[in-house]
Write a protein that binds this ligand. Structure first.
Ligand code: KG4
Ligand code: ZN
Length: 335
């Protein structure tokens, strides 16, 4: 079964053709990041306008690269939640129009579920159940993936998402949006023990995260030093901050796996591209005899291939929308 998938939840307009949830026939991503960089973050109004301009050429090019016509497509999957509402609406309305004109079934797909599904492309043998750490710019969840379309939230952030904390810390150090990527690179040459940063916990919820205190601690460290005229070693600040964030993520994730007696661990979302998160979880899972899976780096960020993968399983579970489908800025991954 061939699915044409569409993604427009944030600042990437993407389309892909995916066969049977696992085989990517084509995948096109048009990023707006260069424009948003000028403002230090995504400007929702600009994002919607750029999606509106890019959606037709991006979808066309995904079909051309797949050497397929709409007649050879079996369903249309689209990200309908969560994300920037104006951005989501562009993809949803385009997919609705396409479904209406072709008669193809319309499959509404949850963005975070799609991030998890990027792993089905990168790890062909991977099947639920497994425990997944979903870390993106807007969310940080520990999710028990009981089946392809059955999920249970075990823990989540109480304030900032991990990606958001990375981006804000990076911005304070003058790195361009999205700073998480740059911070990760600079951290490679620094000492993770140079600065002592807190490891905030959430009382009464051992699997929940809190990154806002950690973010404030590093911002205060940078500002206080600047006021005193002390020049900090940027690589050491990045390395210490990255180490602290990864430590919080790893600790709760591994504790949840241990308590739930899960032996298959998976990571997903933009932050799953983080070098330290990938290497240290791999090492820890090897030590504990746990299976560990991660998406290839090109599938960690927003793309439509992952939407085509999750869309396939949503379709199989009977999740078909009618033409009154709407977009939602927030929606639980549990549905
Ligand atoms: O999943 P994603 O592409 O978009 C959302 O759904 O939010 O995640 C984007 C986030 C940004 O905050 C970005 O800085 C972060 O993922 N990110 C990273 C890395 N690559 C992307 N954070 C830390 N280390 C990285 N290597
Ligand atoms: Zn995303």
């Amino acid at each position: 079964m061939k699915i044409l998938a569409i993604e427009s939840s944030c600042d990437e307009t993407a389309a892909a053709v995916v066969e049977d949830g696992r085989k990517v026939i084509s995948s096109v991503v048009a990023s707006q990041v260069e424009e948003h960089k000028l403002y230090g973050g995504v400007v929702p109004e600009i994002a919607s306008r750029r999606h509106a301009e890019a959606i037709v050429p991006v979808v066309k090019s995904s079909l051309e690269q797949a050497e397929l016509t709409l007649k050879e497509i079996d369903a249309i999957a689209v990200t309908y939640a969560p994300g920037l509402i104006g951005a989501l609406l562009v993809g949803v309305n385009f997919a609705k129009g396409l479904s209406l004109s072709t008669g193809l079934p319309l499959v509404p797909t949850h963005h975070l579920r799609s991030h998890i599904a990027s792993n089905y492309i990168s790890n062909q043998e991977l099947k639920p159940p497994f425990l997944c750490l979903v870390v993106s710019g807007g969310h940080s969840h520990i999710v028990m993936v009981e089946d392809y379309t059955k999920m249970r939230i075990i823990g989540k952030t109480r304030d900032d998402a991990a990606g958001e904390a990375f981006d804000k810390a990076a911005r304070t150090m003058g790195m361009p949006y999205p700073g998480g990527i740059a911070l990760d690179k600079v951290a490679e040459n620094g000492d993770p023990f140079a600065f002592k940063l807190p490891r905030p916990t959430v009382s009464g919820s051992q699997y929940d995260f809190s990154f806002s205190g950690l973010k404030t601690a590093v911002i205060n460290l940078i500002h206080n030093s600047a006021q005193k005229g002390i020049e900090l070693n940027k690589a050491d600040v990045c390395a210490s901050f990255r180490y602290a964030v990864v430590d919080c993520l790893k600790t709760n994730f591994l504790k949840a796996a241990e308590d739930l007696k899960v032996e298959k661990l998976v990571i997903a979302g933009g932050v799953s591209a983080n070098r330290l998160l990938r290497s240290s979880l791999q090492e820890e899972c090897n030590k504990r005899g746990l299976a560990f899976y991660m998406p290839e780096k090109s599938l960690c960020g927003d793309n439509a291939a992952m939407v085509g993968s999750q869309g396939y399983y949503e379709y199989l579970s009977g999740n078909i929308a009618s033409t009154d489908l709407n977009a939602f800025a927030t929606m639980s991954i549990e549905l």
